[in-house]
Design a protein around this ligand. Structure first.
Ligand SMILES: [Zn+2]
Length: 424
């Protein structure tokens, strides 16, 4: 296994007015190349009904450069990367279209005041003594050198991008970070992830709840009010622009608060658990949404935020950094199945907050039930039978009525009509 991971760090920079001018000039060239290549792709598709490959477009670059020498200002790999971005944009569009996403639209032309993100992939930048320098051949000869704050230490940098967001310039630095080796210390923690709260159970049978703050819920009404006021104004009038800026500021604040909370929550979980393996339900949100089309509430809340997927992402990389692992396993039927006897209900509506089993009389909180099921499934799919037995024993000590556990579930003699295997 590799003991290094790639991380990306965003750093805000303050270019001098001269540097800013250079950046705009370079970005303008990239923008034109992007638009030109996009146009070419669209035309070829219209006339000959075939798509242009990235290699074809890349091979055009030298010709463009000899005809229009200004394009030589930009570091050549940056231009190539711009074409690569276009290629990726097209590929993701085709993929979405193929998957039946009919609202997908092909990439658009970049507008005049658009700052095109410039990416220096593997070369073209110099990193030393807390500064980073990006190469270019702009006639002004202004060096694009930016300081990196001391708290960020990078051993090996893979890629540097420079982009503009909310009228500020940022560097996005992808670097390599060594991580300690993972080893299984016999302790596990399983999570049932939700939109309102996460429920965890560890190998000792102890359950824990993590409430999720939802700043977006608070901001929602502000968004609506602002939007309404904005839409009553004449488009692009002074007032419209003002309200639009307000709206965007609120949205940014909301998403920043959510992000901040998720970072802190995942950090807290990773730091406070002794378990080296965290188990989460493998949540393919899209699949889930498709399945429960009639449940409108879940649909919108999941789509609006992507909160769970993002949380898993944060948890995964934070775990890796301290030698832990996050394992995802299927969470199908985990909320319908009884964690004590393995009986599977037909349905378990969302409003039912406690799970009551008719077969064994087990009554337990809905989320606790599914987190235990996730843990049981993880242990059994990985054939960790001793751990499995220990976990069940621990659960019994916490006062849960674990009647005839677990052999009856996994033996083939069990009547298959009432007792469903938890896993496999
Ligand atoms: Zn039961």
């Amino acid at each position: 296994m590799d003991r290094k991971i790639q991380l990306t760090q965003q750093i805000r920079i303050q270019p001098t007015p001269e540097q800013e001018q250079v950046l705009w000039d370079l970005s303008e060239k990239c923008r034109l190349v992007y638009n030109f290549a996009l146009n070419k792709r669209k035309e070829t598709f219209k006339e000959e009904n075939k798509s242009v490959s990235y290699i074809d477009q890349q091979n055009q670059l030298p010709r463009i450069k000899s005809e229009y020498p200004e394009y030589k200002w930009v570091y050549s790999k940056v231009l190539q990367y711009t074409l690569r971005t276009l290629d990726a944009d097209f590929k993701s569009f085709f993929q979405l279209w193929k998957n039946g996403w009919k609202e997908a639209r092909p990439p658009k032309y970049k507008g005049k005041r658009f700052f095109t993100t410039m990416t220096y992939n593997q070369s073209g930048f110099k990193h030393q003594k807390g500064t980073i320098q990006l190469s270019h051949k702009h006639p002004g000869n202004t060096p694009l050198q930016f300081t990196i704050p001391e708290k960020y230490q990078f051993d090996k940098i893979y890629q540097v991008s420079i982009y503009r967001k909310d009228k500020q310039f940022y560097l996005s630095i992808t670097y390599e970070q060594p991580v300690p080796e993972y080893h299984d210390n016999g302790l596990y923690q399983a999570f049932d992830l939700g939109v309102m709260k996460h429920t965890a159970v560890n190998s000792h049978g102890k359950t824990q709840e993590f409430k999720i703050q939802r700043p977006d819920k608070y901001w929602e009404k502000h968004f609506k009010a602002l939007q309404q006021r904005r839409d009553h104004c004449k488009k692009n009038s002074r007032r419209y622009k003002y309200l639009d800026a307000c709206l965007r500021r609120c949205k940014r604040k909301s998403s920043d608060q959510t992000k901040d909370h998720l970072h802190k929550l995942s950090r807290k979980i990773i730091d406070n658990t002794r378990a080296n393996t965290l188990v989460v339900g493998d949540l393919s949100v899209k699949q889930m949404v498709k399945k429960n089309k009639h449940q409108k509430g879940l649909h919108t809340s999941l789509h609006n935020t992507g909160i769970i997927g993002r949380f898993i992402g944060l948890l995964t990389y934070k775990a890796k950094l301290c030698g832990k692992r996050v394992r995802a396993i299927s969470e199908q039927d985990t909320s319908k199945t009884c964690c004590a006897c393995g009986h599977k209900k037909d349905r378990m509506p969302l409003y039912q907050r406690t799970y009551h089993c008719k077969i064994c009389g087990n009554t337990v909180d809905r989320d606790v039930n599914s987190s235990i099921n996730i843990m049981l499934r993880f242990l059994s799919t990985n054939a960790l039978w001793t751990r499995y037995q220990q976990f069940v024993d621990n659960l019994r000590q916490t006062g849960m009525e674990y009647a005839e556990r677990p052999t009856s579930i996994y033996s083939k003699e069990a009547p298959s009509s009432t007792v469903q295997p938890v896993a496999l």
